[in-house]
Design a protein around this ligand. Sequence first.
Ligand code: 0GY
Length: 294
Amino acid sequence: MTDRIVSWHTSPSKPTYTPPPGAVDAHCHVFGPMAQFPFSAKAKYLPEDAGPDMLFALRDHLGFSRNVIVQASCHGTDNAATLDAIAKSDGKARGVAVVDPAISEADLDALHEGGIRGIRFNFLKRLVDDAPKDRFLEVSKRLPEGWHVVIYFEADILEDLRPFMDAIPVPLVIDHMGRPNVAQGPDGVDMKAFRRLLDSRDDIWFKATCPDRLDPAGSPWNAFAKAVAPLVADYQDRALWGTDWPHPNMQDAIPDDGHLVDMIPRIAPTVELQQKLLVINPMRLYWPEDASQT
Ligand code: 0GY
């Protein structure tokens, strides 16, 4: 691992779609800057710097108001870069941390003070060396009030993870819908299994994100739109949306973030759905104290 990767579009287009006031990009990351926040020795990719200034410039360019910054695997369990970005956001960002499950209560409280509202369990073997379910479960039982657990997995291990997910006593947010094969369509086996998971509890949320990762046919991501729009309609109070900028690890088919925003009306065609997806739902999870104003 020598070359540092540029995984984002350097001049994304201005979207045609205008998000509603107060829209939240509920899945994005920051990388470094490395000189200040070195990457983990266990990182599986080494990105170029993509710090808060770049993230906030993109937020404004795309017409969004707030960000939820998810700790990327390249920073391991040191959340300093994520916390730094939140601190620089003027209250417009909150975050999801990755922690050593042995973290103390005092350190969890410090993360809360810094704007963290959840922790992420990553089960992708290409990104992390291990994912200890028993230890994850233990820490999920002692999170600060109002926090949730974000889980990142691929569709082929959904059934294996069911007992683990069932035992987590706080709300769950599933990254990228558990990476279904969208080419199977809205009634394919992956989407059906994901719907069974959503039906098992009413506090499981999902991110209707990453057409660039999930649609094998590529842009304009028609299979993604076809498979995901019914899910957003049927579970409209639990759907979130995000850019995934700076698109960790993407090297081929780096998406244009303006085009990603233009997907929103294709998966949420009415103003009411868009308001839920982009404002009401993320505000309930990440800024509940302000949510009633939306
Ligand atoms: C994503 C997707 C990926 C990476 C990470 O933390 C990460 O490194 O999340 C991926 O490579 O699929 O959610 O941003």
